[in-house]
Design a protein around this ligand. Structure first.
Ligand code: NAP
Ligand code: GLV
Ligand code: GLV
Length: 323
């Protein structure tokens, strides 16, 4: 059986596949074009792909033997799951193993934008440091403030758990209310409007779906306090990004820290690079050596399960959305 891997991933996952199957890996250190994927998927029984690969009906039609599409990410908005399900192709993702790592990164972004860590680093490297000064690099406190979490799933909860150590009041908005989480984390369930109005920090953790696309539209963004910060480590398209950029330019909010963007990977809005009230990260939420290795094992195991006739634990077809 043949497995096509669209980008080199940690060796441990590759070895698991190579012990059993004929494995072809993208030889380049770059995202493949759709045409290149189509060309290589022709005789593949399994596809291991990235969130940067758009896997739609056209790609599936080019791979008539495909039995599984294993996404090397927890978010799978890059895959047309309905089309896969129609063709009997199993789709899997990598939930759980990246939860804490991604929550750490959301917090790193929050701290970095609030306390001007990147500004400070730049200032030092430019040789501008003349010693401690009363008015130097004044940021905003984190401790004791209000954190609004949009999407109280695995990562949202991990972010909320960390907030306790910072003595924060936690508000959350989610599709369904989660009383057990309220109990455990002392979080308060509010409407999205109320969350936008009351939060000092807003952190996004919803998947990108037709319902969450543009969820933070103009009207929602306009509800933010002028002193508030927005942190996005979910997906760029959850926010009206052009409008957010306008707000940042006008200093309508204090700042934003972003790990995900419209048009990524290749067409990130260059206006962002000119703003001094943002921290930007290259979609690195799950990027720790340990976690990327666990993701590789999980993505490989799903392929082995399906090719050996077992149901993988991380299958996403036949959920409410995709049955
Ligand atoms: P998860 O456990 O499935 O959590 C998602 C949460 O969002 C669930 O609580 C879900 O509510 C909620 N939700 C879904 N649709 C909603 C809607 N229309 N309105 C309100 N809430 C909604 O997923 P996760 O593992 O935490 O991951 C979340 C997302 O983070 C991923 O989908 C991915 O896009 C992103 N991510 C980014 C990085 C990065 O590198 N930056 C890394 C990992 C993940 P229910 O409880 O009602 O289902
Ligand atoms: C990363 O963005 C993921 O969805 O795993
Ligand atoms: C700062 O370094 C202080 O001692 O307050």
């Amino acid at each position: 059986m043949k497995v096509f891997v669209t980008r080199r991933i940690p060796e441990k996952g590759i070895k698991m596949l190579e012990e059993r199957y004929d494995v072809e890996i993208n030889p380049h250190d770059r995202v493949l074009t759709k045409a290149e994927i189509i060309e290589r998927v022709g005789d593949a029984d399994a596809l291991l792909c990235l969130l940067t690969d758009k896997i739609d009906a056209e790609v599936m039609d080019a791979g008539p033997k495909l039995k599984i599409i294993s996404n090397y990410a927890v978010g799978y908005n890059n895959i047309d799951v309905t089309e896969a399900t129609k063709r009997g192709i199993v789709v899997t993702n990598t939930p759980g193993v990246l939860t804490e790592t991604t929550a750490d990164l959301a917090w790193a972004l929050l701290m970095a934008i609030a306390r001007r860590v990147v500004d400070g680093d730049r200032f030092m490297r430019e040789g501008k440091f003349r010693g401690w000064a009363p008015m130097l690099m004044l940021g905003t406190d984190v401790y004791g403030k209000t954190l609004g979490i949009v999407g109280m799933g695995k990562i949202g909860q991990a972010v909320a758990r960390r907030a306790r150590g910072f003595g924060m009041k936690v508000l959350y908005y989610n599709r369904k209310r989660k009383p057990e989480v309220e109990e455990e984390l002392g979080a308060e369930y509010v409407s999205l409007e109320e969350l936008m109005k009351r939060s000092d920090y807003i952190s996004l953790h919803v998947p990108l779906t037709p319902e969450t696309r543009n969820m933070l539209n103009r009207e929602m963004l306009e509800l933010m306090k002028p002193s508030a910060y927005l942190i996005n480590s979910a997906r760029g398209e959850v926010i009206d990004e052009p409008y957010l950029i306008e707000m940042l330019k006008k200093k309508r909010i204090r700042g934003a820290a972003l790990d995900v963007f419209w048009g990524e990977p290749l067409n990130v809005n260059p206006e962002l690079y000119g703003l001094d009230n943002v921290v930007l990260a290259p979609h690195m939420g799950s990027a720790s050596l340990e976690t990327r290795t666990k993701m590789a094992v999980m993505a490989a195991q799903a392929i082995i399960d399906v090719l050996e006739g077992r149901e993988p634990v991380n299958k996403v077809n036949y959920t409410e959305r995709h049955k």
